[in-house]
Design a protein around this ligand. Structure first.
Ligand SMILES: Nc1nc2c(ncn2[C@@H]2O[C@@H]3COP(=O)(O)O[C@H]4[C@@H](O)[C@H](n5cnc6c(=O)[nH]c(N)nc65)O[C@@H]4COP(=O)(O)O[C@H]3[C@H]2O)c(=O)[nH]1
Length: 871
């Protein structure tokens, strides 16, 4: 029933139909009731008319009977006593009726009235209908005339007449009883007949003898008696006043006269009409109320239907969208107990993706409840979550690892949205995304080569360890580990070998520490160790650090060659050496540098004195920035001597820094700093420009042209704009390129041989000479050396220093001289301080020399002075 009602309410069509039917019922009932009431009213009126006619007939019959008696008495007396004697005798015997009501008269055979009561003037009535009727008809029939007036009586009267016969039965005259018409209608009762009722007498000739309509008396009208009789029981409009009446006509026995009673339809049915009006009004009001209510309900239903249509469309769209969606959709309907408490959820709709995710078909899931399918939902918080959203609405979303075996994914993102009667759970398998995120996270936080944590993760871990150590009053060790000969391996055996070395060292170091320790790579050959929960006593820590030193120093085979590398370790311990990440890192770095300085392959614990060196470095770096701007830099030039001629053929430009407070700072101190912070590019460019300018200035001063050689650092050589900067320096000074020489180092050019050759060729093409500085300290491949456009090799001063005492250095020096000549290069020895050294070099074919024996680096003015005597 409820469902049916809901269906009715749901449809916008059935409601108007239902309303129309209800209206039809209301109106049918009302009209039927009105009809039956009308019929009852009609019947009652007809019945009343019947009753009235019976009463009236009796009344009239009684009245006429009285008149008849009077006529009979008159006739008897007149025939017996004669016309003149009859009345007095009757008078005397009290047999005459009151003259107030009846006028009686006797007419002789000639038509003259011979006696009358009350007495009246004699007249002749021979021409009156009644007289002629009786004259011509031998019958005792009472003739009832139409209402008429005569000369004796001005008032209108009905004449009731009978024939008088003489002894022979011949016509002897007429006895007359005159009665006013109103006499027959005086019984009019307003209470029964109303204001428009009708009482009357009608002759068989259809002429009304007496008629009373309410208060009005009349007569003489014509009536179709047959028609009236045929309409008995139904209202007929009276011809005289148009009023519709229920009219009853009754023939009076033995007389040619009918009694007539009429009840006004309007009056008789007035009560019913009022009731009818009332009923119609009530039905009208009820209909209006019904229509308004129906309209309101319809509007409400329409709105509801519209909303439902919208919801349906949304559901269809949602279903279509959900089908094509990569997310799994579960529409769950809340199941409540009789107290309204949600006890479980039923699957009311799911999409294909949900089937895949669960491995169950729609029908299988629909046949189950959530908790019967996934019992764990009751204990893992899922059920409470769904109930919460069902009761309070809103959206709940979360992602995390999948903890239930019913869903086929490792990671899930789920969004629960409250809907009417339940929830929609949108579940997405994010396993791939999570894996990608994990990969990205790993890549962002790990070194790709070794797989060790990178700088950012190391810092993170260190911060966590510090926070933990602070809470638990523990110590944390931070160690900076730098491989001692990594560059050598890289430069000589190539990057692949370098990478292999780093990987091997990384795995060895990881093997030395606990699981909770972190071994990370900072970049290059720098590793960092973070050891939480340690004892801060160096004695206790030493075995572990030694273990690392020993593991790194174990031989390794790279590119088929057995190699051995060592490392230098700098250690800082929280909280003794610093309380934050930056300080601890800085101090470990400083300790590591100290380890390098102390001969490598050792471990140094940070001490506050190291800080001084660090601060010194920072101060120098800061000062170097200003040095360029404030022109604290200048160049010194060291002559280069041709050993055969003994003359100066060129100079080496050497950078000097005149520090305002510290005095002259050695390039050995500040060049590595400038390399580190990149200032070397600007400084190197300045050196180039200054050297070229000076060389050109000497030439412009008329001095013999000198070749000026300029040192190029590794970072400068790597600068993609090196060639451009050199060209700009030459152009700015106007120096011919053939007077400029660039001194490169072995290691610098051997790092990437192909690139180096390309760059050197560009410089050579400009006319610039190139030389290899510090030759013998690096590991040049002879094949590479052959392909370099080099014009000169410089024997490093470390070989020259002990030249006279060391057979090794002599052998190396001789080998370099020989090699240079074989490669068609000149060879120059630096750091020549003694005559023995000069002689040895000269004797062994060295072409050129420079050193304190000839001159230390001097200002440009002194070079000019040295040149002048030659002029
Ligand atoms: N014991 C001894 N030393 C001698 C003798 N003759 C010269 N020296 C010194 O040996 C160094 C030679 O320069 P280097 O090997 O290129 O080594 C240079 C060079 O690598 C670098 N350097 C100097 N100026 C520049 C520059 O303008 N640019 C770049 N990139 N590096 C520079 O700084 C290093 C040190 O330069 P300096 O202190 O000027 O030290 C110079 C020079 O003063 C000698 O007979 N005995």
């Amino acid at each position: 029933m409820k469902r049916w009602l809901r269906m009715c309410l749901e449809t916008q069509v059935s409601l108007p139909l239902f309303t129309v039917v209800l209206l039809a019922v209301v109106w049918a009932t009302t009209l039927h009731f009105i009809d039956s009431e009308a019929a009852a009213s009609r019947d009652m009126t007809a019945e009343s008319a019947s009753e009235l006619i019976a009463t009236y007939e009796a009344q009239v019959a009684r009245s006429i009977n009285g008149i008849e008696q009077t006529l009979k008495v008159l006739k008897y007396s007149a025939e017996r006593l004669g016309a003149r004697g009859a009345l007095p005798e009757l008078q005397a015997n009290g047999l005459l009726p009151s003259g107030l009501v009846f006028v009686v008269s006797i007419v002789d055979a000639q038509g003259d009235t011979v006696a009358s009561n009350p007495a009246a003037r004699p007249i002749n009535v021979a021409r009156q209908d009644y007289f002629r009727f009786h004259q011509q008809n031998r019958s005792s029939y009472t003739f009832i005339s139409q209402a008429m007036r005569d000369e004796a009586n001005d008032d209108w009267h009905l004449h009731f007449t009978r024939r008088l016969d003489d002894k022979h039965g011949e016509f002897a005259g007429v006895v007359v009883v005159e009665v006013e018409p109103a006499y027959f209608t005086s019984g009019y009762e307003r209470s029964r007949l109303g204001e428009q009722g009708m009482l009357g007498l009608v002759g068989d000739d259809g002429v009304v003898r007496a008629l009373r309509l309410g208060d009005k008396q009349s007569f003489g009208q014509r009536v179709d008696l047959a028609a009236l009789r045929s309409h008995s029981g139904t209202p007929v409009a009276s011809s005289w006043d148009g009023v519709r009446r229920y009219t009853e006509v009754r023939q009076l026995g033995g007389l040619r006269l009918s009694a007539m009673v009429g009840l006004s339809e309007q009056e008789q049915t007035a009560g019913f009409a009022a009731q009818r009006r009332q009923l119609l009004w009530e039905a009208g009001v009820a209909s209006a109320v019904l229509i308004i209510l129906a309209a309101l309900v319809w509007a409400w239903v329409w709105q509801g239907a519209k909303a439902r249509r919208r919801v349906r469309r949304a559901q269809e769209t949602y279903a279509a969208a959900s089908e094509s969606n990569m997310d799994a959709f579960f529409v769950l309907r809340a199941l409540r107990n009789k107290d309204g408490v949600v006890v479980d959820f039923k699957f009311s709709a799911i999409n294909s993706r949900a089937e895949q995710l669960t491995g169950h078909s729609r029908s299988e899931l629909r046949a189950q409840t959530l908790c019967s399918w996934m019992p764990a939902a009751r204990h893992n918080g899922m059920f409470e979550q769904l109930v919460g959203v069902t009761l309070h609405g809103g959206v709940h979303q979360e992602e995390g690892p999948n903890l239930v075996p019913q869903l086929r994914a490792e990671w899930l993102h789920w969004q629960v949205v409250g809907v009417e009667g339940g929830v929609v759970a949108i579940v997405r398998d994010i396993t791939e995304r999570k894996r990608a995120e994990e990969r990205i996270y790993h890549m962002a936080h790990h070194d790709t080569l070794t797989g060790l944590p990178n700088r950012s993760l190391i810092c993170d871990r260190l911060e966590q360890s510090l926070a933990h150590a602070e809470r638990n009053k523990e110590s944390v060790l931070v160690a900076f580990i730098d491989l001692d000969s990594f560059k050598l391996v890289n430069d000589t055996l190539g990057h692949n070998a370098g990478d292999e070395l780093l990987k091997e060292v990384a795995s060895r170091m990881v093997g030395c520490v606990r699981r909770e320790d972190t071994v990370g790579r900072f970049g290059g050959d720098e590793f960092v160790l973070v050891l939480p929960h340690v004892n801060d006593n160096p004695q206790v820590l030493a075995p572990l650090l030694n273990k690392i030193l020993e593991s790194v120093v174990q031989p390794i085979v790279l590119e088929g060659q057995k190699m051995q590398v060592s490392c230098s370790i700098g250690v800082a311990v929280y909280p003794r050496d610093g309380r934050d990440t930056d300080t601890l890192m800085m101090h470990a770095d400083a300790a590591m540098y100290r380890a390098k300085e102390s001969g490598k392959n050792n471990c140094q614990f940070y001490t506050s004195e190291m800080n001084a060196g660090l601060e010194e470095k920072l101060a120098l770096t800061e000062g170097l920035r200003k040095a360029l701007e404030e022109q604290q830099l200048f160049l010194a030039y060291q002559p280069k001597i041709d050993l055969h001629s003994g003359s100066m053929f060129g100079v080496e430009a050497l950078l000097r820094w005149q520090h305002p407070q510290r005095g002259l700072v050695s390039p050995a101190q500040f060049i590595p700093l400038a390399e580190e912070n990149g200032l070397i590019i600007q400084i190197g460019e300045w050196v180039l420009r200054e050297a070229c300018r000076q060389a050109r200035a000497w030439q412009d001063a008329g001095l013999p042209p000198l070749s000026v050689s300029v040192n190029v650092s590794a970072r400068q050589f790597d600068d993609p704009r090196l060639v451009e900067r050199v060209a700009a320096a030459l152009a700015a000074s106007g120096l011919d390129a053939c007077w400029l020489e660039l001194e490169l180092t072995e290691t610098m050019v051997m790092r990437n041989v192909q690139q180096s050759i390309a760059k050197m060729r560009e410089l050579e093409a400009m006319g610039i000479a190139l030389s290899i500085d510090d030759f013998g300290t690096g590991y040049s491949s002879l094949a590479a050396l052959k392909s370099f456009p080099i014009s000169r090799l410089k024997i490093d001063q470390s070989f020259v220093r002990d030249l006279c005492g060391s057979a090794d250095d002599q052998a190396i020096t001789c080998a370099i001289i020989s090699l240079s000549h074989q490669l068609d290069m000149k060879v120059i020895a630096e750091g020549v301080e003694t005559e023995q050294q000069r002689r040895f070099l000269h004797a062994n074919g060295c072409d050129e020399v420079q050193g304190y024996l000839f001159s230390c680096p001097v200002p440009a003015s002194e070079i000019a002075e040295m040149l002048e005597p030659v002029q």
